[in-house]
Design a protein around this ligand. Sequence first.
Ligand code: DIG
Ligand code: MN
Ligand code: MN
Length: 390
Amino acid sequence: MPQAPASGALTPRPEHRFTFGLWTVGNIGRDPFGGPVRAPIPARRIVEQLAKLGAYGVNLHDNDLIPRDATAAERDDIVRDFKAALADTGMKVPMATTNLFGDPVFRDGAFTSNDARVRAFALQKTMRAIDLGVELGAKTYVFWGGREGTDTAAAKDPRDAIKWFREAINYLCEYVRAQKYELEFALEPKPNEPRGDIFLPTIGHALAFIYTLDHPDMVGVNPEVAHDTMAGLEFSHGVGQAIEAGKLFHIDLNAQKPGRFDQDLRFGSEDIKAAFFLVKLLEDSGYSGMLHFDSHAYRTEDEAGVWDFAAGSMRTYLILKEKVARFNADAEIQELVGALRKRAGGEALKFSAAAAGLKERTFDLHAMRAQGYGYEKLDQLTMEIILGAR
Ligand code: DIG
Ligand code: MN
Ligand code: MN
């Protein structure tokens, strides 16, 4: 079982705001071609072991804790025991979400199903799951529309789907306001899987959708490394746009090889340069939300391997955070960065009658065409930081 890590800068502590979904370390290793390889880990043990490893909290889908067929009394017993585990360890529940993808009733989607009864049931299930999340202390509620999509375009008009998705989120925003819950929504994009194509597939689609809602201020995004990588995108660009728009409400950290199914690998275990620049963006921007690892151990692992996975996720983030500090303190690198900032200038180009003079301005295009940007040297120095040579 997990050993409490040795003390030091690479020791995860609750102040680092690392969280794990119950379903992540609780993943029993099923895949489309094989059944479970690990026994389920009871929620209390997950809470206790993650606390030992220095995590801040756990997140959950409703059915990660409450079985679909639980009676009200059974639900209350389970919640009571879970709250006791949280109290015993000091672990928090910053985020909650709904499983709107496991029950066969959602096989054509939940909020965007072609069956109006399913769309209504999805709202009922989500309201009850929101109640549970708020009861456990969640301040962020994630919507990952895993089944909100199509396997054939013949199934539905995408305009209907987006309209139904908007109706659902507007309805649930009104529910949260009516209940006076202190809760923000975070939409989680993914391009495909388990559906052939999923609606709101990227951070950009989600951001555009948010501005069509009745209460856009309540809604942000929960982007995931693996999902943008599956779409062939540079994750830090989407995250940067979300931060710049004040819409990065939560983030799912993991790793992914391009062109593959959603691998949900241990954070930093694949594209380490991309992971470095993601950590740099989160740290330099002062992101103060949760650092959630939505990932799981390899199917080859036993329970000891699961805790290796959890410890490694947090340790790699802290190692990269140290390397970001080295990058930001490296004189040679900062000289290059400073020169680029000087060249980029500070004043915004805003039109005004006075600015009309810009049309008359002369440019030394010959010199501008000839001057390079020094990115080879800057990238080499960056790689030397990442590789531990600086
Ligand atoms: C998958 O990436 C999704 C589900 O695991 C969950 O609904 C969400 C929360 O992080 N991520
Ligand atoms: Mn994923
Ligand atoms: Mn996720």
